[in-house]
Design a protein around this ligand. Structure first.
Ligand SMILES: [Zn+2]
Length: 270
């Protein structure tokens, strides 16, 4: 059940120790996720920062909290400044953004100028190993590197709950592979790996919703398989875009894929 926390945030109980926090009044309909184990809690994404998300999190858990951004786009990191302990995936790219103890990414990894949103330098308190297990006490997640939408994107896989928190890798609607640093060959590699490793019963919880009154956005294993098929067809020159500049490809009834010429990388653009 989805309930209003205040006049901005909604909360949905997903599974034991798993909460979705939505922002239905924000035009991009962002969803962040809170995991609460017996010892620790983790917030995956923080929204655009239009409102402080910390009171919502504080109402749901009293456990020591680590915040992990799925990637650096402005609409996921807007509330990092309100938290003490911020973790990043231990990727060479993210390490390269650390200067004098603070994370300072170049603008094209953050974007957001059109909404006048800017990155605020934060300290990386923890570096989490890729493919490592995050043990919160009775609730564990594996940190997966899932590039495609952006090279530093990560997802959290929670096998005990049959959940994958995928942020902007997949969601119902137009997938953004037309943004700077998005890469279709990387996208395909990521979704092939997920298709072949996550259980078919997995529910995928996404970073952007479909409609203001809809619950937390969910996709399924079949959607990952459809995206893998669509990207394979695009790679092989067998997919016809329904629009150009940006290119738009149909994936299935719930998703399309937007791409720029640059996102084709080593592939041939149509
Ligand atoms: Zn994004």
């Amino acid at each position: 059940m989805m309930r209003w926390f205040d006049d901005w945030y909604v909360v949905e109980d997903i599974a034991q120790g798993v909460f979705a926090i939505g922002e239905p009044k924000y035009e991009q309909l962002n969803w962040s996720y809170l995991l609460e184990g017996e010892r620790e809690a983790m917030l995956f994404d923080t929204g655009p920062g239009e409102r402080n998300i910390k009171p919502v999190v504080d109402s749901l858990t009293k456990k020591p909290l680590t915040v992990l951004p799925s990637h650096l786009h402005y609409d996921h990191i807007g509330n990092l400044k309100h938290f003490e302990t911020i973790a990043f995936a231990d990727l060479p790219l993210l390490r390269s953004f650390e200067k004098s103890g603070l994370i300072e990414p170049p603008y094209d990894y953050v974007l957001g100028a059109e909404e006048s949103r800017a990155w605020i330098n934060v300290k990386a308190s923890r570096w989490l190993s890729v493919d490592g297990t995050i043990d919160l006490g009775g609730l564990s997640a594996t940190l997966l590197h899932t590039p495609g939408h952006s090279p530093e994107s990560v997802s959290l896989h929670i096998p005990s709950r049959n959940l994958l928190l995928a942020a902007d890798l997949v969601y119902p609607g137009p997938l953004y592979a037309q943004v700077p640093n998005a890469n279709l060959p990387g996208y395909l590699e990521t979704v092939l790996r997920l298709r072949d490793t996550i259980a078919p019963v997995t529910t995928i919880l996404c970073g952007h919703g479909e409609a203001p009154d809809a619950p937390a956005p969910r996709l399924y294993h079949a959607d990952i398989a459809d995206l893998a098929s669509a990207l394979t067809a695009i790679r092989d020159g067998k997919a016809t875009p329904t629009a150009c500049d940006p290119y738009e490809f149909r994936i299935n009834s719930r998703m399309t894929l937007l791409a720029s010429k640059a996102s084709f990388g080593a592939w041939q653009a149509p």
